[in-house]
Design a protein around this ligand. Structure first.
Ligand SMILES: Cc1ccc([C@@H]2N[C@@H](C)[C@@H](O)[C@H]2O)cc1
Length: 443
């Protein structure tokens, strides 16, 4: 253990109301929307199959050319209320919007750069429209903010000279000013999702990352920041040099989930996974035939998988440049929403149950209750679900349960074709399962 100036500010999970709400939300909608949605992965008639929000670099487009897309940004089909209603029907409890992505274009009328929505044909404050529409549906809104900024002349990937250091100090002040502006002018914002912080320039300025965390929590008490913002005294990111998580939740799971058998360490802290529908597209891409597009069922399993390990799941939507939502995404929202409507109680305010994962699916547990939720994706040909209970567990409900050995059961499922994940609720006795009251057989 060494004394760190810019390391973790506390250890363990936050238990204040703001963090408890963030945790209970469990399922959120990510929205990647910016100038990159206009070309949608195609430039001068050529389709680039890398992530559409990286088209500027994939197609080697000069900054001045790319930035002039601002004068075309006029999403005539944009309707914040419609987006919010769709998210509500999907069962999203929060939404995270890209206020500014790597391109540097700002969806709000920021005072600190002209490269923003007020200088587009659309003119109006899109961020305000989204915050109001989503909040009106009872959905919390969080802000994604890319520190990496391809537009700003003072951005540096590394600090290699005095000039770099002077320019980058200006840049860090610009970014802090924008973040203060966001936290001040949009008072219902709940959390900040930082991205674009992997370069040496940020690693060498860990102090700034802590200053931003403190400032945001001063301006907006209860505000939540992801671990990706943070670098410590030695440039260590996410986890400081003493092995402590920085920020309020771990945000390393991008397009991947922790292994439910091997990565149980994640249950010790708050974390969130974010996921694309195609293999790797966050911004709108015109051609989704280029990779596998995840089905509603695949994505629903990820929601359940994440809850079963005590994490939040952030599912990405990439609206088109005209403000429309593509049909695949509409369909995903409707199908996931239908299941969440009936079964959200095994997701919202639920957590890791501490039971040993089985092949048939996932366990979740309602916070502070004795109900155990079994969410079944893979019904065995026998129809018998193996259950290995913590030592000494006693069930209130025996229905369908057959005890076959100490703390080992089979749950009998009717043999039939199932089209959607099945939910089985088991009640356990409150003081049972706390430890092994029986002597193991001597063998
Ligand atoms: C190498 C790489 C850099 C940035 C990203 C950004 N993080 C995601 C959350 C998206 O914003 C993507 O553009 C992805 C991969």
């Amino acid at each position: 253990q060494q004394k760190l100036q810019y390391g973790a500010q506390y250890t363990g999970k936050r238990t204040d109301a703001a963090m408890n709400k963030w945790r209970s939300n469990r399922f959120g909608q990510f929205i990647h929307w910016g100038l990159y949605a206009i070309p949608g992965g195609v430039w001068n008639g050529k389709t680039y199959n890398y992530a559409a929000e990286f088209l500027k670099s994939s197609a080697k487009i000069p900054t001045s050319t790319w930035d002039s897309l601002m004068y075309q940004f006029n999403p005539v089909k944009f309707n914040a209320k419609e987006w919010a209603k769709m998210a509500k029907k999907m069962g999203a409890k929060y939404m995270t919007i890209t206020t500014k992505h790597h391109e540097g274009f700002c969806l709000w009328p920021t005072k600190f750069t002209e490269f923003n929505i007020s200088h587009t044909p659309y003119k109006k404050d899109i961020l305000k429209e989204l915050v109001e529409a989503y909040n009106a549906e009872g959905i919390d809104v969080n802000f994604y903010y890319s520190v990496l900024d391809w537009h700003h002349p003072d951005w540096r990937y590394d600090i290699k000279s005095a000039e770099d250091s002077i320019a980058f100090r200006r840049f860090l002040k610009f970014a802090a000013d924008q973040l203060r502006e966001l936290a001040t002018n949009y008072p219902t914002v709940k959390a900040f999702w930082f991205d674009g912080t992997w370069d040496n320039s940020i690693k060498k300025n860990g102090w700034w990352t802590l200053e931003v965390e403190k400032m945001l929590k001063e301006v907006r008490p209860g505000a939540i920041v992801n671990s990706r913002l943070r670098a410590d005294d030695f440039g260590k990111r996410h986890i400081d040099s003493n092995g402590e998580l920085m920020g309020d939740y771990e945000s390393g799971y991008e397009r991947r989930l922790p292994n439910p058998y091997k990565d149980l360490q994640v249950t010790k802290w708050d974390w969130e996974a974010c996921m694309t529908v195609p293999e790797n597209q966050w911004g709108y891409h015109k051609d989704w035939s280029l990779s596998h597009v995840k089905s509603p069922l695949e994505l629903l399993e990820m929601v359940v998988h994440t809850t079963s390990m005590g994490g939040n799941f952030l599912l990405n939507f990439g609206p088109a440049g005209d403000g429309s939502i593509r049909k695949e995404e509409q369909n995903i929202a409707a199908e996931i929403g239908a299941w969440m409507q009936a079964n959200g109680h095994v997701i919202y305010n639920c957590d890791y149950a501490g039971w040993e994962k089985q092949d048939w699916g996932y366990y979740t547990k309602q916070k502070g209750s004795n109900t155990l939720n079994l969410v079944v994706f893979n019904v065995p040909v026998s129809g018998l679900l193996k259950i290995k209970a913590p030592a000494g567990t006693r069930f209130k409900t025996k229905q369908g349960l057959e005890e076959i050995a100490k703390d080992q059961y089979l749950f009998h499922m009717p043999i039939q074709l199932y089209k959607v994940p099945q939910v089985i609720i088991l009640e356990t006795e409150s003081n049972s399962g706390s430890g092994d009251k029986y002597q193991e057989a001597k063998t």
